[in-house]
Design a protein around this ligand. Structure first.
Ligand SMILES: Nc1nc2c(c(=O)[nH]1)N[C@H]1C(S)=C(S)[C@@H](COP(=O)(O)O)O[C@H]1N2
Ligand SMILES: [Mo]
Length: 413
């Protein structure tokens, strides 16, 4: 039994946030004895174990056990496999920085502190949170380092393939409404979030992230308590996680129990030093280049993927080859997903699927008429801000923000 429901006094509370336990988090994580997968990472080795040992999770690619780093096997993103553009909770990627993660949650004792540059510091119970207006939004949660394994030259970090992303419907409350309970004072600059997880090593910096005050109060940033209509799983940050639509998931702080309003800059390691990118178009620089200005990572950029045909797949020559997949617009909606079979000389628009909201994955599909022989598909998304995927890969020392046009080689026979 993965989630244990314990004493919860109010029915509403039980419905959303029944007491949960996650004993296996610190327990034995074995990879399945034989199951492995091969990720097509340049420079290899691409061999990874498939694990089913994590609570509430189906088969996942094991990148690291403690703290958990689990990648979504790419076939899960195919709309025909997942029944749409939402990533099932039990296949959603998992990433934590520090290994001390609560394995149990006492819903009655939980308090969310709202402190700092406010009129009246708050200590909010889950009841208080559930009493606020409810909002729901579809949004892609993508790790800054998704696809890092494709960086050349290679950079240190989790060597993810393309599965450190997922799309869910998040329900919760507006961060603005929570901040208004405390009353943000004039002169507030940033809002910093910390969760219930802790470093293993004494003195190591606790994971925290902050947002500018305007962003925090934009009415879109939310504290979510459900994910795809289910209680937020502990691995994904129960009881409350920040959802920052259109921004990389480093900002989507899990198990949030502290919100601190700052009247100055955030000097914490995780905002100031870690998670910075070159302040250049596409966050790109040359390996070893000196004097590059670095800024905190921020908005996501458009990406698109073929999900029904793997690299090297054999298809029938002639008309009628169905190609489909998903795209994300990043910090804006998907405007077009175009396909090229001539190395990018000409592009043909594909047909977009239902619009689930601008921060959601968007399905696309088209049919091809391929001549006999090898074919190379290139796929390019443009977002509603006019931002387009680039032809050449970016590079930066942390392996962030990859969004180059993807190619898929096929054999038509
Ligand atoms: N409390 C806490 N929140 C966190 C992190 C963390 O280490 N601790 N990691 C962040 C990063 S870098 C990522 S990629 C996402 C992963 O979210 P997920 O595990 O729900 O997919 O959580 C973010 N929120
Ligand atoms: Mo991340």
């Amino acid at each position: 039994m993965l989630l244990r429901h314990s004493t919860a006094t109010a029915a509403g509370r039980r419905a959303f946030l029944g007491g949960v336990a996650l004993a296996a988090l610190t327990g034995r994580h074995r990879a399945l004895a034989d199951a492995t997968t091969t990720l097509p990472l340049p420079g290899g080795p691409g061999e990874r174990a498939i694990t089913t040992a994590f609570p509430g999770k189906g088969p996942m690619i094991l990148q690291r056990t403690r703290p958990p780093l689990l990648e979504t096997p790419f076939e899960v993103f195919d709309p025909a496999v997942s029944g749409g553009v939402f990533t099932p909770n039990d296949r959603f990627f998992v990433r934590w920085h520090w290994a001390v993660i609560p394995t149990e949650l006492d819903v009655n004792a939980f308090r969310l502190g709202v402190t700092g540059h406010v009129n009246a510091a708050q200590s909010l119970s889950l009841q208080d949170i559930l009493a606020l207006p409810r909002v729901e939004l579809a949004a892609v949660n993508q790790c800054s380092g998704n696809s890092r394994g494709y960086f050349a030259p290679r950079v240190p970090g989790g060597e993810w393939s393309n599965g450190a992303m997922g799309n869910a419907k998040w329900m919760g409350v507006r961060l603005r409404d929570v901040l208004d309970q405390a009353g943000v004072k004039a002169g507030a600059q940033r809002v910093r979030f910390a969760g219930m997880d802790d470093p293993v090593v004494a003195g190591a910096p606790k994971f925290m992230k902050s947002l500018g005050i305007e962003h925090a109060r934009d009415g879109e940033v939310m504290l979510a308590y459900t994910m795809n209509g289910e209680q937020l799983p502990l691995l994904h940050g129960a009881p409350l996680r920040l959802v920052v639509p259109g921004w990389y998931s480093t900002y989507w702080v899990k198990m949030v129990n502290s919100i601190e309003v700052l009247d100055g800059p955030d000097e914490n390691f995780w905002t100031k030093v870690a998670y910075t990118i070159p302040d250049t178009p596409g966050a790109t620089m040359k390996p070893g280049e000196a004097g590059v200005t670095m800024v905190p990572i921020n908005r996501m950029v458009p990406r698109s993927f073929v999900t029904n045909l793997a690299e090297g797949a054999r298809v029938k020559a002639g008309p009628g080859t169905l190609v489909r997949g998903i795209a994300l617009g990043g910090a804006a909606g998907v405007r077009t997903v175009e396909l090229s079979t001539d190395g990018g000389a000409s592009w043909t628009p594909t047909t977009l699927g239902a619009d689930e909201g601008r921060y959601s994955f968007r399905a696309w599909q088209t049919t091809l008429d391929l001549p006999l022989g090898d074919a190379t598909l290139m796929l390019r998304a443009t977002n509603t801000d006019g931002l387009m995927q680039p032809m050449t890969p970016n590079w930066n020392p942390s392996g962030f923000m990859r969004n180059v046009i993807e190619t898929t080689r096929l054999v038509a026979a």
